[in-house]
Design a protein around this ligand. Structure first.
Ligand code: CU
Length: 624
């Protein structure tokens, strides 16, 4: 790597570099750390609630505090952890896996992070001040409307959504364009790693799903602030409209979280079985099928609201259909494992835990997809057990596996193996001990969202077991964090490719330098780094005295042109601050939309001010 190239991509030193950086690796790093910190807080909240429920008639938490705790836990996990952390993994990983030096829109990455941070502060600063949203993670009207929720708790929740969803939309646009336009020469669509397919589909799903919930929460704020009647039946509004819009986002959201996990699992399985994932075309098609079908089943969250019978039947059938592509993926992974030389390293253990746990969650999903059974199970602990199996087993376990797998690439050190196995055992064992009994509690009729229950119900022993399991799992989580911090300092040095993996991110040093790659690699197979393939070829021709990326064609990845890539900039941060002020102000006065738009417009004007490079090299720079 030339010194000139490194200098062109280096950030300014100190605070300026920290605030103005557009390096996808730095931005994604802080995105992941913030999301992991949120996950730790949400986990501790959950533990607090579990202790309250451990014995009948406990008095350590009152009903109001319990309401606030589960609302904060759910909102944090769904809006501030799951989707952001997947976007963040993509921000870090996608350019590296493409052999590229940055995202397609580097300043948009920075804007996305700062706005996400705004969403974190929007929920947790009021919590610290004692104004915590207390209506669950979906805040249905009329309960969240002006009549039943005075004050600003409901607005805080609704506007936190706007922050995080704008951030997620920005990241998704960025990720999908990067995958489509910045692939290295030779990486045609059929040679694209499954992780990139998964992130492409998840990003497109985000772009389709998220506007619905932003619109719903904005309408809720309008109902509360300026007296519109969108959700007020007395004035011709419709309360169910909110539920439809919410779940039109809410169901695909589950898959927006799960599909990236499919990418993690496929990557890890490939590396530790020493063979490409069995049935690549079937995998790609099933990812696409999930991405499409996920938009046709949201009503299964509303079976109990009294919709027409035929509607319920349709959504039952649609919900069961999506089990087919998901099942197909499970079989492809099992076939890969069965036919490969499996190495049970730590990331692979997480994958095995994922398969077992996710299959249990999928089966209970098929059960709740049946409208008649769902009428019995809805709002009981059975549903709590089901979605924790799906979300923790289907997304968090693969995420922790991915974290373990790419940790050496990001830090240059291996994650401690012994402590890692201990944390793994505690998390997976504790999780199953904690959540499996909830299926039975739900079948016995224990409702969700109760802060306590009487001894005569007979729910005490299983709740105690659930609390014990959750405590072990949270302890395992803390061990995982401790291991990550300890390994940063004491982990064994990792080379460029410690796992012997096949994808391009392992072709550069660990951790990757600021420009990531000295040259653009050229790919001629699915597994360019494995022996049996020709040594990696590279392309020359990008300038090293300024930031440039190679843009290629969408299907064939043929080189098209060189594109100037922007350097560090203050404007993403300023624009995010201006947007934050607008969002915050608009829960107090509608005028914030008008006056708040002025600083936003100023920031965006400077952001998009065209910079023509001055001709410094005579004919070369003047060339088009
Ligand atoms: Cu659903």
């Amino acid at each position: 790597m030339t010194e000139r190239l490194a200098a062109s991509w280096a950030d300014p030193p100190g605070l300026k570099g920290f605030l103005f950086t557009v390096d996808h690796k730095r931005i994604a790093g802080r995105y992941i750390v913030t999301a992991m910190a949120m996950m730790a807080l949400a986990g501790l909240l959950a533990l607090d609630m579990r202790w309250q429920l451990s014995l009948p008639g406990m008095r350590r938490m009152g009903p109001q505090l319990f309401n606030e705790s589960f609302a904060l836990h759910g909102s944090t996990m769904l809006f501030l952890v799951s989707v952001p952390v997947m976007e963040a993994m993509a921000l870090w990983l996608v350019p590296l896996m493409l052999g590229q030096r940055n995202m397609a829109f580097p300043r948009l990455s920075a804007f996305s992070y700062w706005l996400y941070l705004g969403g974190v502060l929007m929920l947790w600063v009021p919590h610290a001040l004692g104004i915590t949203p207390d209506l669950g993670w979906f805040e249905y009207p009329p309960l969240s409307g002006p009549g039943y929720s005075p004050g600003h708790r409901a607005d805080i929740w609704a506007q936190m959504i706007t922050f995080t969803e704008v951030a997620a939309l920005a990241a998704s646009v960025n990720v999908s364009v990067t995958i489509l336009k910045l692939r290295p020469p030779g990486m045609t669509l059929p040679r694209m790693p499954l992780f990139l397919w998964a992130m492409l589909v998840a990003s497109l799903m985000t772009i389709f799903a998220l506007p619905a919930v932003m619109l719903a929460t904005s309408m809720l704020i309008a109902d509360r602030l300026v007296g519109t009647q969108f959700f007020a039946p007395a004035a011709g509004g419709d309360v169910l409209l909110f539920q439809h819009m919410f779940w039109f986002f809410g169901h695909p959201e589950v898959y927006i979280i799960f599909v990236p996990a499919v990418g993690f699992v496929s990557t890890i399985v490939e590396t530790f079985c020493r063979r490409p994932v069995f049935g690549y075309p079937a995998m790609v098609l099933s990812i696409l099928a999930i991405g499409t079908l996920a938009f046709g089943l949201w009503v299964h969250h509303m079976f109990a609201v009294g919709l027409p019978r035929l509607g319920n039947d349709f959504y039952t059938a649609a919900s069961m259909t999506i089990a087919l592509p998901a099942g197909l993926q499970i079989f492809c992974w099992i076939a890969t494992i069965a036919g490969g030389r499996v190495r049970l390293a730590l990331p692979m253990l997480w994958v095995l835990a994922f398969i077992v746990t996710f299959v249990i969650g999928g089966l209970t999903g098929v059960m709740t997809a049946a409208a008649p059974l769902d009428l019995q199970l809805t709002d009981t602990y059975f549903v709590v057990a089901h979605f924790h199996y799906v979300l923790v087993g289907g997304a968090i376990f693969p995420l922790l596996g991915a974290f373990t797998y790419w940790y050496p690439k990001a830090t240059g050190r291996m994650l401690g193996e012994r402590l890692g196995r201990l944390a793994f055992a505690a998390i997976v064992g504790g999780f199953n001990l904690g959540f499996f009994p909830m299926h039975i509690l739900g079948l016995w009729g224990m409702p969700r969202r109760v802060y306590t229950y009487g001894p005569e119900m007979g729910w005490g022993p299983l709740n105690l077991l659930a609390t014990f399991g959750s405590t072990v799992a949270v302890g395992g989580g803390l061990l995982f964090v401790a291991n990550a911090l300890w390994s940063l300092w004491r982990g064994l040095p990792a080379g460029a490719n410690p796992w012997g993996a096949a994808t391009l991110e392992w072709a550069t040093a660990s951790p990757p330098p600021a420009p990531s790659f000295a040259m653009v690699p050229v790919v001629d197979s699915l597994t360019p780094l494995w022996p049996g393939d020709a040594p990696l070829r590279v392309m020359t021709g990008l300038r090293d005295d300024r930031r440039e990326l190679l843009v290629t064609s969408v299907v064939e990845a043929l080189p098209l042109y060189r594109q100037k890539s922007p350097g560090p900039s203050a404007w993403p941060l300023v624009a995010a601050l201006a947007v934050s002020v607008l969002f915050l102000g608009s829960i107090f006065t509608p005028w914030a939309l008008i006056w708040g738009a002025v600083p936003v417009a100023v920031a965006l004007t400077f952001w998009f001010w065209p910079h023509r490079p001055r001709a410094r090299h005579g004919p070369l720079a003047a060339r088009r």
